[in-house]
Design a protein around this ligand. Structure first.
Ligand code: NDP
Length: 324
């Protein structure tokens, strides 16, 4: 038996129960992993509240690091004792140990600690594909990136600086603004006290930006479109404030033939080759110190309800890990 978080119904942080669960032996294509640290991500909230459905009762959590304890039939490339990490479905990372598909595991280089891996896999691989493949940034561009002091945001700011990209970040307080600037944003906009569209137009001398990375969703969607230059691309990759309501395609033509995409990490790391290449790229950014994974909150796994409440209340900055 191991301790794990289980939800029997969707709802507030209180639906997460810290209970004993049975962990069996790995089946074909599976491994059993003993977790060293688990990552906390906004997507865990979407599953907890039911925005993203899953069979119940079920586990939560999509990201962790640890050591392989046992290997199922047919698993190649991994062995018991390997240091590994992962980001992806199925949920169940909020646990001391679990059985899971080997297909989403990557081996950890010595330079990457368990804590860093648990914090970086999901958020870091996201920045890797957003800047490398959704909008292949070359350097010299100016972009707008929302929630710049969050987990994804602080990694994005550092990655943008390394690429020579001018990142305008939005934040909800001056304290968060200072963090985002220190990480690599060239400009920050305090969304509580400033008008995002006006400030972006000011900074870009009226032109707007060629790409907006919007993970806030409902509250910022139209403002984000208004920040784009003609033929610009709206990258809508999350909905921290709620899902984007249905909209008319005319919103895109009236603002200058805009593009829009709604990307998701699993689609960008669905093959072993893509997962290994993206992970190697992320680990290199960390090992070369171009990106520092800022773990600004740590909670015991049993205190996950507090961790969720803090993330939802916008009290966290950078990345957060849960220690089983
Ligand atoms: P963050 O640490 O960025 O936390 C979310 C932040 O969103 C808050 O800190 C807050 O920053 C901002 N926010 C704005 N409005 C709200 C609101 N109403 N409620 C709560 N937060 C709000 O989380 P993550 O780094 O884990 O994830 C960031 C976003 O990226 C999420 O939307 C997530 O779903 C998305 N994501 C998408 C992926 C994909 O592949 N599509 C993969 C990974 C993450 P502030 O107070 O400064 O405004």
């Amino acid at each position: 038996m191991v301790k794990a978080i289980v939800i029997r119904k969707t709802g507030g942080p209180e639906v997460m129960e810290y209970v004993d669960v049975e962990v069996g032996d790995p089946g074909p294509g599976e491994v059993r992993i003993r977790h060293a640290a688990c990552g906390l991500n906004f997507i865990d909230i979407y599953f907890r509240i039911g925005l993203y459905p899953q069979p119940l009762p079920g586990g939560l959590g999509q990201e962790a690091s640890g050591v392989i304890e046992a290997i199922g039939p047919g698993v190649v490339g991994f062995k018991a004792g390997d240091r590994v990490a992962y980001a992806g479905r199925p949920n169940g990372a909020y646990s001391e140990a679990r059985v899971m598909p080997a297909a989403i595991l990557v081996k950890l280089p010595d330079a990457i600690s368990f804590d860093t891996a648990a914090a970086a896999m999901l958020q870091g691989l996201t920045v890797e594909y957003l800047f490398g493949r959704t909008i292949p940034l070359k350097g010299g561009e100016t972009i707008l990136f929302h929630a710049a002091a969050g987990g994804v945001g602080l990694i994005a700011a550092q990655w943008a600086r390394a690429l020579g990209v001018t990142m305008i970040g939005t934040v909800s307080s001056d304290e968060k603004g200072a963090l985002a600037l220190a990480a690599g944003c060239t400009h920050v906009i305090n969304s509580k006290t400033e008008n995002i569209v006006e400030r972006v137009k000011e900074i870009t001398h009226g032109k707007g930006v060629p790409a907006v990375f919007d993970s806030i969703g409902k509250d910022t969607f139209i403002d984000s479109l208004d920040c784009l230059s003609p033929l610009g691309t709206m990258v809508s990759f999350g909905s921290a404030s709620g899902p984007v309501p249905p909209f008319s395609l005319n919103e895109l033509v009236s603002r200058g033939s805009l593009y829009i995409t709604r990307p998701s990490l699993p689609n960008y790391v669905s093959t072993r080759a893509d997962l290994d290449a993206a992970s190697a790229n992320l680990f290199e950014m960390i090992a070369s110190k171009k990106v520092n994974i800022e773990i600004n909150q740590r909670y015991a796994l049993k205190d996950v309800a507090q961790a969720h409440a803090d993330l939802e209340a916008r009290k966290t900055t950078g990345s957060t890990i849960l220690i089983p």
